[in-house]
Structures are given as C-alpha cells and as structure tokens.
Design a binder for this molecule. Structure first.
Ligand SMILES: C[S@@+](CC[C@H](N)C(=O)[O-])C[C@H]1O[C@@H](n2cnc3c(N)ncnc32)[C@H](O)[C@@H]1O
Length: 535
C-alpha cells in the first residue's frame, strides 16, 4: 500500500518537474500543489516512530516542491504567492540554496533589496555557490547598488544620456524623497515638500502597478485602439491587485473621484517597498472600485527620449498607474515635472520650492491659454483650482485679452500680441510671478517672436529682453524643454562661437536641471543642450 502511494507521488512529482522544464508554469503549479497536499496528508497520518525516515524524505521532497512552485510563480510574476512558497520551503530547510536564490530574485522585483541581499548572503555560503558564483555575485552587487539608490536617491542618468538614450535603460529603484501627503488647498490630498528644494531635485521614483503601451495612429478617429488599451490596462491592474495585498491596499488609498475632501491622509511610509507587511490585510479585489480609481489616477506616458531627441511621438501611446505620484495635484503653475523611463515615473522639482509647499505638476500642457487649459481640466473631470487660473479668470473679461486671443487664433503678427500683452500688464499693474503666468499663457506668441529674426528685428526693442522674459516664465510655470530650446538658440545667435559665455552656460544648465532633473555629469547635461538645439 505504502509503495503504491509512493509510486503515485513519484509520478506526480515527475509530472510537475516535467511541466516546469517545459515552462508550462500554471500546470506545473497545479501538479506541485497536488503533490504538496499529498505530502502533508501522509506526514500527518504517519504516527509510527519507525517512519521517521519516510517523514524526513517527504519533507525534503516537499521543500523542493515548494521551491519549484515558487520559481513557477516568479515566472508568472505572482510574487506574493511565490514569497509564501519560499517561506514554506525555508521552514523545512532554512538555507535551501535554490529557494534562497528564488526568494532573492522575487524580493528584487518587489524593490526589497535589503531582504534580497540577506538571502544571497546566506546562499553564497552554500557549496553550490561556487558553480553559480558569477550569477550570485551579480545579484549581490545589484542589491547593494539598488539599496543605496533607494536610500539616497543618487540616480544618475548621465551614461544613458551620453549614449544618446540608445543604451541600456538606467537601473532604477523605488525612491521617496523629502515629501509627505497632507490635506491640500487645491483638492483632497496632495504631496508636500518637507524641506527647501532647488530646481532639479529628485522627489520620487515610482514603479508602475501596470502600463499598457502601443502605437496608436492619429487615424484612430473613433478611439477604438485607445479603448482596447484601456481595457488591457484595467485587466493588468486587477491582476496585480489580486496577486498582492500590498498593491491592492495602496491603490485603494487613491481617490475614486468621490468626496475627495473627506478622504483619509495616508502616511508616506506605507508606500515604501519595505513597509511592514502586517499593514496589508487580505481583501477581496473590487473591480468596480479599481475602475473608478483608474479613471481618476491613470496617466499617459511622455517619453524623455522621444521628447529630447525631437522624434515624433505622436503615434506613441502609453497609459499606466503609478500610485504615489497619483497624490500629486495638477497646477497650471507647477513646481515639478515627471518623466517616464521604463516602467518608472520620475518626478523632480522644476523651480525652487520652500519646505511645506505643495508639489504639483501639469496633467496637461500648461503653456497654453486659460480657455484651452479649462477644456483640458474638464476632460480630466475637474475645474482647476490653482492660483494661476484664479488670477487669469479675473482678467478674462477684459476686451484686450479677447483681442489678443483672437489675434493668435487668426495668426496675426505675433510680435504685436507680445507687445500688446506687455503693455497691458504695465497698465493693469500685473506684478512679479503673475507676469510669468500670463506670458506662459501666450507662449505661442513669445516663442514665435524669439524664434524669428524678422520679428525680433521689428519688435525686439519694444519688448523686454528675451532672457528676462524667459526667467519670468520659468518663475511662473517652472522650467521646460521649450524654454531651454529658445534660450539655447538665443545663445547661439548672440555669438561667442555659438557656445555662449560662462554665465549663459550656467543659466542654461540651471534651466536644464529644472527641465530634465539633476544629471550628475556636466558633459551629459551639455549633451542634452546640444540635442535640444539640433531638434
Ligand atoms: C490624481 S488625483 C490627485 C490627488 C487627489 N487630490 C487625492 O486626494 O487623491 C486627481 C484628482 O485630484 C483633483 N485635482 C487635482 N488637481 C486639481 C486642480 N488643480 N483643481 C481641482 N481639482 C484637482 C481632481 O479631483 C482630480 O480628479
């Protein structure tokens, strides 16, 4: 009888291993689960002390089965269950080599580098380590590097930039800078700076719960392609939330658009990859709730590489959910910017901010007039509450504003529009940052004038100097690649062999940091500046 059962188990184990080798992950998990429950059953039914050998054999087989099952779950990106399997295997054999490797790999994927490092450090002591030493050392190095990135935020994109964005994507880890979540005057909750930060400072690096990418031709008039991508994104998010309590729990902290004012303010530590697991209880996934959360919080990607390289990104479409950055409210005078690299969103400061200030970025292009911004905000489902909108609303009844807007629409002499706006601001006694706000609203006109020698000859003497105007726009809406481009072209036109003087270059570098974040190697920032002038 015992032999018969042993044979049955032997067959089941071989089947599971065979399926694993054939990379039929789901089927192999099924077979391993059956095998594991049989093992449990036999162990609990074995009372005879003479059977201790058999029990120990069964436990050994069970350890390997859990380990292989964890590997299959890892391949299916079911990290939560994979971790549980690893822990079961390690309960049986606390230094099981294969399991330690698998657990380490899973923890890397969950951005928990410190714990992963502990696994690899134990694994390296195993005799099998010598055969796998290259791989193990690779993992050990990676964990050390990523753990330091996660703590310090010392990311450097220089090498990637210097390779013209063509090389390997920079390795990233989740990073939470000097920020906290608090009640916002704009709407609901928002993200706030906990210390003074200068332009370019890194705020966040957040990995997507899910992203859906594709090429959507402009001719996709009925948006059917976009709809398919949206449905795929929903499925991916539901899948990730179903696989991981932590993921579901933190997504559920996001607004679903209803009664934002009464939403709880979560502590920032909950969003750290190494947050205490006991915070996240088992909960059944509510797809309806996820759908409305996605409606309010999903973002479209804009790729740094396509933007900087000036390639057309019109047909490219990527949409995803990044949890922590979804606490950032929109403002038409933002102080932060976001970039997407791989599956990560990177948020940095685009103009200097003080401790306690709310951090905001543009959900849409803020270099546009009030009426366009209103339309874009309404497509997001809100009326923008920001100070710039409130200020411009106070001016929109003025006849001159309407005339200037019509002037732009009809493509009249845009130098005339710039001249008129500057003159109106003097009469209306618009001061300080408010000037930058209005100038950014009429950016189309300013950029046209600065980019045209003919218009500059005609209007240049009657409007403030270009550099002062650009500075004021940065003060009004933060730095941006377009401002940098105009500035660089100005430097080129003004001589000094086309490279500008030291002071100009310092200014360009500051603008560059605001637009593209702190890039450590000077040469890399120079390379961005060169690319900008070529595009
Ligand atoms: C991604 S969430 C931002 C975080 C949100 N305030 C919260 O408490 O979770 C986007 C939602 O915030 C609100 N919101 C963001 N920026 C806003 C703004 N400038 N004016 C009014 N509402 C805004 C809108 O309700 C929008 O749908």
């Amino acid at each position: 009888m015992e032999n018969e059962e042993d044979e049955k188990m032997q067959l089941l184990r071989s089947k599971a291993t065979d399926l694993l080798l054939r990379e039929e992950w789901k089927e192999s998990i099924q077979a391993y689960s059956q095998f594991i429950s049989l093992c449990h059953h036999h162990i609990s039914n074995t009372r005879n002390r003479m059977d201790t050998d058999r029990v120990s054999r069964l436990r050994k087989s069970m350890c390997l089965a859990y380990s292989n099952q964890a590997e299959a779950r890892f391949r299916l990106r079911d990290f939560n269950q994979g971790l549980k399997d690893c822990d079961e295997a390690l309960k049986i054999e606390d230094a099981h080599f294969k399991t330690l490797l698998c657990k380490g790999k899973i923890l890397i994927n969950l951005d928990r580098y410190n714990l992963a490092l502990q696994c690899f450090k134990i694994a390296v002591l195993d005799p099998q380590a010598s055969v796998n030493s290259e791989m193990l050392n690779g993992y050990l190095e990676k964990c050390k590097k990523m753990e330091s990135l996660l703590r310090t935020g010392g990311f450097d994109f220089s090498d990637w930039i210097l390779s013209g964005f063509r090389g390997k994507l920079p390795e990233l880890a989740e990073y939470i800078g000097p920020v906290e979540i608090k009640k916002s005057e704009i709407s609901g909750r928002g993200l706030f700076a906990t210390k003074n930060l200068d332009s370019g400072s890194l705020l966040l690096v957040t990995k997507a719960v899910a992203v859906e990418r594709g090429i959507l031709p402009q001719s996709d008039i009925d948006n059917s392609g976009q709809l398919v991508m949206w449905k795929n994104l929903v499925d991916k998010v539901v899948d990730s939330a179903g696989k991981c309590n932590r993921t579901y729990h933190i997504i559920c902290k996001l607004s679903n658009g209803e009664e934002e004012e009464s939403l709880e303010v979560p502590g920032i530590d909950m969003f750290r990859p190494d947050a205490d697991e006991s915070l996240f209880s088992d909960e059944k996934v509510d797809k309806g709730r996820l759908l409305s959360i996605l409606d309010v919080n999903s973002l479209t990607e804009d790729m740094i590489s396509t933007k900087v390289l000036g390639k057309s990104s019109n047909d490219y479409y990527g949409v995803g959910l990044w949890v922590l950055s979804s606490f950032i409210n929109h403002s038409c005078y933002p102080n932060a910017k976001r970039f997407h690299i791989g599956d990560y969103v990177i948020v940095h400061i685009s103009r200097d901010v003080k401790a306690g200030e709310e951090l905001t970025f543009g959900y849409f292009d803020v270099f546009s007039p009030l009426c366009n911004r209103k339309k874009m905000a309404s497509s997001w489902g809100f009326d923008c509450n920001c100070k710039r909108c409130k200020f411009e609303e106070g001016l929109c009844s003025k006849q001159e504003m309407k005339e200037m807007e019509i002037g732009i629409e009809r493509g009249l002499d845009l130098g005339g529009v710039v001249y008129k706006l500057e003159e109106c601001m003097r009469r209306w006694m618009v001061r300080g940052r408010a000037k930058g706000h209005l100038r950014a609203s009429f950016w189309v006109a300013y950029s046209e004038v600065f980019g045209s020698e003919k218009l500059m000859r005609k209007w240049g003497r009657r409007i403030p100097a270009m550099e002062a105007l650009l500075e004021s726009i940065v003060d009004g809406v933060g730095s941006d690649g377009r401002i940098l481009k105009v500035f660089m072209e100005g430097i080129k036109r003004n001589g000094n062999g086309g490279s500008g003087g030291v002071v100009e270059m310092e200014k360009a570098m500051k603008l560059g940091r605001g637009a593209y974040g702190k890039v450590m190697k000077k040469q890399a920032m120079k390379s961005i500046l060169e690319l900008i002038t070529q595009s």
